[in-house]
Design a protein around this ligand. Structure first.
Ligand code: PLP
Length: 341
């Protein structure tokens, strides 16, 4: 029964991205899927293929895996991103060579919401004989992704971004591709990830994926409406507000803002001030050892250290209300007014 449940979950989750069940590997989450894909595919790359191409706006899971591989003989090349964090096919082509084994570029950016055009990027990768991997942790479930249609060779996604359980993710690897496992052990997951599978979490992931398939469109419409309500309210209430999301291609649930007078503002004061009012936001980068580091994504987009450090990232959920957004704008205005003296 457990085996049947696990395989049903694999089949249904695979279908959501137009993948066959054998192309889905269950992992512990987005980070493990990313590590497995980049390490596993790079290690099996042919002779002379010792380069990995990525961008400086990627999630830490991609950047740190690449940094690890750099210590083990790979050269990491970075394609540029524009002022919104987007990579164009031309920018990618500039850094590709015949030695590139793998391109790792995210679908949607978790800090600034910007969405990349995967079909055009994978085409460039393939033209140079490289594989194309994408981190779709943020975009999965927000809008349909067909791995075959978009030319994706490997893709990481997870359950907790679609209201599923934490601790489970999936990795799509195109049928027939050779991959070295990251977690060595038993022959589970067709020899691609050792260890006893978590049937319960896989079934939880399946339930979330099913609900998402049913409700995604409604959630998308509602969130997009809330996002435009919120951006309008911010423009009206906060002088000098600057939006960091791509104006056309961005996820509906993330709003990232900077301020024209960033030099006058105290980064910790904004985040902590909102926190004291019960509003949970981030400045993009993870807060380590109590000090706020400027976001590496905004820095990659060409923002100064101070602008990056004073930026604020808001994320909307399916239960967010207009009243909560009104309260957020009012609170932010109060904090900034106090800071601006
Ligand atoms: N990639 C992106 C774009 C993310 O937003 C996240 C998590 O927030 C991850 C990777 C890591 O995923 P996980 O937390 O499931 O390991």
């Amino acid at each position: 029964e457990a085996r049947v449940a696990l395989e049903n979950a694999r089949t249904e989750i695979g279908k959501t991205i137009n993948a066959a069940p054998a192309e889905i590997i269950f992992t512990s989450g987005g980070t493990e899927s990313i590590n497995t894909a980049i390490n596993g595919l790079a290690e099996k790359a042919g002779k002379g293929k010792n380069q990995i191409v990525t961008t400086k706006a990627e999630h830490q899971a991609v950047l740190e895996t690449c940094a690890y591989l750099e210590k083990h003989g790979f050269e990491i090349r970075y394609a540029s991103v524009d002022e919104f964090g987007k990579t164009s096919p031309e920018a990618l082509a500039e850094v590709m060579t015949e030695q590139t084994a793998l391109v790792a570029i995210m679908h949607a950016n978790n800090e600034v919401a910007t969405v990349n055009d995967l079909a055009s990027l994978s085409e460039v990768a393939h033209k140079h004989g490289a594989l194309f991997f994408t981190d779709a942790v943020q975009s999965y479930g927000k809008f349909p992704i067909g791995v075959k249609e978009l030319g994706i060779d490997a893709m990481a996604f997870c359950a907790h971004k679609i209201y599923g359980p934490k601790g489970i993710g999936a990795l799509y690897v195109k049928g027939g591709l050779l991959m070295e496992p990251l977690v060595h052990g038993g022959s589970q997951e067709r020899n691609r990830r050792g260890g006893t599978e978590s049937t319960g979490l896989a079934v939880g992931f399946q339930a979330a994926a099913r609900a998402m398939q049913k409700n995604a469109k409604d959630i998308l419409i509602r969130t997009a409406r809330l996002k435009s309500y919120f951006t309008r309210a911010l423009i009206d209430a906060i002088p000098g507000v600057i939006f960091n999301m791509h104006p056309a291609d961005s996820l509906p649930h993330i709003i990232n803002i900077s301020f024209a007078d960033a030099e006058k503002l105290d980064p910790e004061g904004i985040i902590l001030g909102l926190d004291l009012k019960g509003i949970a936001v981030s400045n993009g980068a993870a807060c380590t050892s109590g000090s706020l580091k400027p976001s590496h994504v905004l820095m990659a987009m060409g923002r100064s250290e101070h602008v990056a450090a004073t930026s604020v990232r808001f994320s909307l959920g399916m239960n967010t209300t207009e009243e909560e957004l009104d309260y957020t704008v009012k609170s932010l205005k109060e904090i900034l007014t106090r800071m601006r003296g």
